[in-house]
Design a protein around this ligand. Structure first.
Ligand code: 7RM
Length: 656
């Protein structure tokens, strides 16, 4: 094994790039590099051609209407996302093809063909309209484990024109409450529970807690996921009138719901994501452009064909689950794999056992997972036959070259192209990524923007930085999946994304371009952390900490972590002259979990009498990062009291 690891190091030393194999390229959906130039000449016409592959009830009048920051793609066109993901396939031989292959954490499996999916979605859409009176434009919150009903619920909303707001099942009752209230959801769809690493996540109990203060919610639909014994008393107390079992309400509706003809610019969903202030942002996506972007990029980047078995490991609570578990692949009529649980349950080979069992051909996951696989060792993958795999993808954070090489060598067995895909909740779909049959890859680089996507790297003044240099990553031309705004907050939308450079979309990421024009992403330039691929704002965690009665002040930073990318470190000042101890630290960690959820639990808490601040009172997180990561301290001249960092550093080194 040592020999093989050294082989990876040697490969890295060579600093080489990998060109698509002739074999892969010859059968790839895209294999002519001319596509980049064709698209660059007329990006709007290029995207319009892609959008024409979808089913439109009525064609659009104009492909793009653009007055920054407001874009309208395919305005005047009539379309339905559910129709494109489900209905259109049942009049083709895909009718009997597996749409969803699902595996629960405890090993049970279910397969739904496109016909099955059609029937289930139609029935649940009837539940929404006939039983609950949900209409076009109403918001519906979905808080569920990764079970087929989650995708069914999303598609049923899309079918009738209701706007879904999926909240990741790992979020706490309070986070759920904030999100429900922000967009005033009328209905919540949940399950009695879900399984994660062998324990039950009490989703319904969290919903009950959240709904104590959600005046807009009229009803709750509950999927029975747990066994009967666990269900009724332990986790689920059904509130009469308000709560309904999914399987019961589905019995007394017609099941004949038809697709609503939506305007291309009608809202499809809202999805909350962390910003640099405490309040999460409701990212809005509309229908026609978003679906066209997801459809086309899924097909091009993953080279998706009819006989593929495609597995994106992202939970539907994140945008990756929206675009690349549900909308993109299903619009392509693909077979998708959906897995409920943890990658190391019951053992660390679970993902590879799933790949082998279902013959997965395309596998898409996050660097944080890849680094965990690396740490566990290649023997878990080597226990399984992974020869069905033909393409690997990565998303969520910068992938370090070692992890990239390890993924390519041990999972792809040197045979599979690796696509490192950069995009955001706000961009809706992949923006920077190789095309696997065309673009040579370099480990650690997302390579270049997709055809039809115009990207630049700017300096502080807005000048384009020449090749070889770094700066702020921006988009200089609208694209079909771009967010149309923040739910109910147009001003914040302008401030956050469109004010740094007028008319240009600011991503919040830093990037550098090498001499070949390849992009190397450098992470966020604002106060947003990336913990195991999840975006968490430092402010959100800080607010949770200062909410604790003993805390006076808190500063939170993301500190480098080999597996998770970043880990949360919190510097805390207690009220009065209290000194912190380990019980207090545990208490604070639990408090954060309760306020926002387990993914936000700080890894370490450092008690300090004072935080380093500028003279204007701004906490200098940059210095805290230097301390936490053991670097020489950067510029301290703007500090109000330079002594603070010195003593903090000494304390940190003692305790760390
Ligand atoms: C899809 C998703 C977005 C932020 C983004 C980046 C980081 C995502 C990559 C990446 C480097 C990548 N949406 N990011 N993908 N950084 N290389 N391939 O993750 O809204 O949750 O996060 O994630 O900082 O701005 S997200």
């Amino acid at each position: 094994m040592a020999v093989e690891i050294r082989a990876i190091e040697a490969l890295l030393q060579e600093n080489r790039s990998f060109s698509p194999s002739a074999e892969f390229a010859s059968t790839a959906i895209l294999n002519d590099p001319a596509i980049y130039d064709v698209a660059a000449k007329d990006p709007v016409a290029f995207w319009a051609e892609a959008a024409r592959e979808l089913h439109w009830f009525k064609p659009w009048d104009k492909a793009l209407e653009w007055k920054a920051p407001d874009a309208q793609w395919f305005a005047g066109g009539k379309i339905n996302a559910c129709y494109n993901c489900v209905d259109r396939h049942i009049s083709t031989p895909r009718r009997n093809k597996a749409a969803i292959i699902w595996e629960g954490e405890n090993g049970e499996t279910r397969t739904l063909t496109y016909w099955d999916l059609y029937r289930e979605v139609r029935r649940f859409a009837s539940v929404l309209t006939e039983h609950f009176g949900i209409k076009k434009g109403d918001r519906v919150c979905i808080y569920m484990p990764m079970v087929p009903e989650l995708a069914i619920a999303m598609l049923a909303c899309a079918r009738i024109g209701a706007i879904h707001s999926v909240v990741f099942g790992g979020f706490s009752a309070e986070s759920l409450q904030d999100r429900i209230n922000d967009s005033e959801c009328r209905l919540v769809i949940t399950a009695d529970g879900g399984y994660r690493r062998g324990t039950v996540i009490p989703l319904k109990r969290n919903v009950d807690e959240a709904l104590v203060n959600c005046p807009s919610v009229e009803g709750v639909v509950v999927v029975r996921r747990l066994g009967h014994g666990l269900t009724d008393e332990t986790f689920t107390r059904m509130h009469e009138m308000r709560d309904h079992w999914w399987h019961r309400v589905a019995e007394d509706v017609s099941g004949k719901s038809e697709c609503e003809e939506m305007d291309s610019e009608d809202m499809l969903y809202v999805l909350y994501t962390s910003g640099s202030t405490g309040k999460p942002k409701g990212i809005v996506h509309t229908t026609g452009g978003y679906l066209a972007g997801c459809y086309a990029t899924t097909k091009w980047v993953f080279d998706l064909k009819d006989d593929d078995v495609y597995w994106c490991t992202a939970d539907c609570g994140w945008v990756t689950g929206h675009s690349y578990t549900v909308y993109g692949p299903l619009a392509n009529g693909a077979t998708i794999v959906m897995y409920e649980g943890a990658p190391d349950f019951p053992d660390k080979d679970r993902f590879w056992s799933i790949c082998e069992k279902y013959g997965v051909t395309i596998f898409y996951t996050a660097p944080t997972a890849i680094r965990a696989f690396m740490k566990w060792g290649p023997e878990y993958a080597q226990k399984h036959d992974l020869s069905s795999l033909r393409l690997l993808g990565s998303v969520g954070e910068p992938i370090n070259p070692e992890a990239w090489m390890w993924y390519q060598q041990y999972i792809g067995e040197g045979r599979c192209p690796v696509v490192d895909t950069w995009w955001q909740t706000e961009t809706g779909h992949i923006m920077i990524s190789p095309l696997p049959g065309i673009t040579p890859t370099k480990p650690g680089s997302a390579t270049r923007p997709l055809p039809g996507i115009l990207v630049d790297v700017l300096d502080e003044k807005g000048n384009s930085v020449p090749l070889g240099g770094g700066g702020y990553l921006v988009m200089t031309h609208p694209w079909p999946g771009m967010t149309r705004g923040l739910y109910g907050d147009p001003q914040r939308f302008k401030d956050v994304y469109w004010s740094k450079y007028p008319g240009i979309y600011f991503t919040g990421d830093g990037a550098k371009r090498d001499e070949d024009g390849y992009f190397w992403l450098l992470g966020r330039v604002d106060d947003v952390m990336n913990v195991a691929g999840h975006r968490i704002s430092t402010m959100e965690v800080e607010s949770a900490l200062v909410d604790h009665p003993a805390v006076a002040e808190a500063a939170v930073i993301g500190k480098h972590h080999d597996l998770k990318g970043q880990a949360i470190s919190a510097f805390v000042t207690l009220k009065g002259s209290r000194a912190g101890n380990s019980e207090m630290a545990d208490d604070l960690k639990e408090h954060v979990v309760k306020k926002i959820g387990a993914i936000c639990r700080p890894d370490d808490i450092i008690f300090t009498a004072e935080l380093p601040k500028t003279r204007s009172g701004k906490i200098m997180r940059r210095l805290l990062r230097d301390i936490a990561e053991g670097r020489a301290l950067g510029d301290t001249t703007t500090l109000a009291d330079p002594g603070v960092v010195q003593s903090l550093r000494e304390r940190y080194e003692e305790e760390g």
